[in-house]
Design a protein around this ligand. Structure first.
Ligand code: ADP
Length: 470
């Protein structure tokens, strides 16, 4: 016997009429905005929540308009999105679904901006209709903000005791300040590696929360990308060399790429040099970590339409197809016998993605388990003319700032070492890796010591940025 009683008197045509009335009722009563368009993007239906969020006034006003006139989006950071960077336009153009893209919706009448998560699905009909749904995420962001604030404060506070622990261990490991036997040296070296790992974890957490809530924002400057990326990558060559990994920067590498597009180009970008450095340091650091001795790393930059395309290629352990879709998520680490021994926080690629996206860029990986990996970063590219124009603006700014004002022609082009962009409030990952954390040092701990104690600890061991062993 059926649990559900059917109304035998209801004919199928009536049932379908009732269903569509019910569907309409449901759409009219929900808080999420719903817009249905035909395959050309012309609006066929809009529910009251969408009318209110887009500020279009009424159902009649919206019908037969192009969806783009109502759904004007900005990036989360409040930056105008070009057509290429706007996933909604791309999804509508290419018939691809879009899931929960976080952006800001600009109201058509007041210009008021509300944060939304927007999705697009293809309607299950023969006409190729699209269903666009979006919801106001102001409350979610506020809750996330509180959580981020907590993580950020906690990480900030915890860095201080970790730096102190690191300082004491450095004192104990320094033959000028302490006498210890070889066994104790082994234990303390392991403790120091762990405290460095912890320090790196807190720094990454702090950076991740600051990037999430927009406290770290990119400062864009015109940059000649090939030279800039080469400078960053070359600085890591020594570490690759120490790990017995060969490093190459440049265009053609027949062994790695047979692609004829790899011709030396002058590629100009409009990027944040600090963000670029963090991205490259992280990708090259990973390439070194996950490539066994005897392998090789290849870095290149080329122009690809309106994008500057960077690749960091290695011949290392590679990434399985199950893991590759997750590696840019927070704390995700591929778990296999090769990676288990390699230290890391699982935050590096998340930070790479955040920084690339904050600059209007994209990052992705191509790899197979045991086949090496290539990480691609595509960033906004500008023409030579735009570069010159923006450089003039930069020089003018520099000239204004300098006292007495020098002639613009005498000003050097911005370099990675001296950019006009303001320095970030927090030390960057690269700076942190280069600079031993200066703990507040009280008297040396009561281990076997040889007075007098120095005022600053000298780190005995330099380990890689991610605090891991290669
Ligand atoms: P981690 O600190 O663990 O290196 P990341 O976020 O930088 O964190 O990387 C996430 C995971 O992606 C790593 O744990 C590793 O499994 C994988 N991975 C990243 N880069 C590479 C690479 N070049 N080769 C192989 N696996 C990599």
């Amino acid at each position: 016997m059926s649990l559900f009683k059917r109304d035998k008197n209801l004919n199928p045509a009536d049932a379908s009429g009732q269903n569509s009335a019910l569907a309409k009722l449901a759409l009219n009563s929900i808080h999420d905005g719903v817009i249905i368009t035909d395959k050309a993007g012309i609006i066929k239906f809009i529910n009251p929540a969408a009318i209110s969020m887009t500020e279009c006034g009424s159902f009649e006003n919206a019908i037969r308009l192009d969806y783009g006139l109502l759904l004007k989006l900005q990036s989360k950071e409040g930056r105008e999105l070009s057509e290429n960077e706007n996933p909604l336009i791309q999804a509508m153009k290419t018939n691809q679904p879009l899931e929960n893209f976080a952006a800001c919706l600009i109201g058509v009448s007041s210009g008021k901006v509300i944060p939304i998560a927007i999705s697009v699905v293809l309607a299950n009909d023969s006409q190729g209709d699209r269903i666009i749904t979006f919801r106001n995420i102001t409350k979610e962001l506020a809750e996330e903000g509180e959580q981020a604030e907590f993580i950020s404060t906690a990480s900030h506070e915890m860095r201080t005791p970790v730096a102190t622990i690191d300082g004491y261990i450095s004192l104990a490991l320094n033959p000028q300040t302490a006498t210890i036997d070889e066994r104790a040296r082994g234990y303390l070296s392991a403790a120091q590696a762990a405290s460095k790992h912890l320090g790196k974890l807190f720094q990454d957490l702090l950076d991740a929360t600051k990037l999430d809530d927009g406290r770290i924002r990119p400062h864009f400057v015109p940059l000649e990308m090939v030279g800039a990326v080469k400078q960053i990558a070359d600085a890591q060559a020594v570490r690759a060399n120490e790990a017995k990994i060969s490093y190459r920067f440049g265009s053609d590498d027949p062994a790695t790429f047979s692609d004829t597009r790899h011709i030396e180009q002058v590629v100009y970008g409009f990027v944040d040099p600090d963000f670029l450095r963090e991205i490259m340091d992280n990708l090259i650091d990973n390439a070194i970590k996950y490539t066994p001795a005897g392998g090789s790393i290849y870095v290149n930059v080329r122009g690809d339409g309106d994008r500057a395309l960077i690749n960091v290629t290695d011949t290392g352990i590679g990434i399985s197809s199950e893991d590759i879709g997750h590696i840019f998520q927070k704390f995700y680490r591929a778990d296999n016998s090769d990676t288990r021994e390699i230290g890391g926080t699982g935050l590096g690629l998340y930070l790479v993605k955040q920084r690339a996206e904050a600059m209007g860029g994209r990052v992705w990986a191509e790899s197979g388990f045991g086949e090496g990996s290539t990480f691609f970063v595509s960033l906004p590219r500008i023409t030579g003319e735009e570069y010159e124009k923006r450089m003039i603006a930069v020089r003018n700014q520099q000239a204004l700032a300098a006292q007495p004002a020098p002639t613009p022609a005498a000003q050097p082009a911005p370099t990675l070492a001296a950019q006009p962009a303001p320095a970030p409030a927090q030390p960057t990952i690269a700076q942190l890796a280069q600079t031993p954390a200066p703990p507040a040092i009280p008297a040396p701990p009561p281990v076997t010591t040889t007075p007098p104690a120095p005022t600053q600890p000298q780190p005995q061991q330099i380990i890689n940025q991610n605090g891991g062993t290669i």
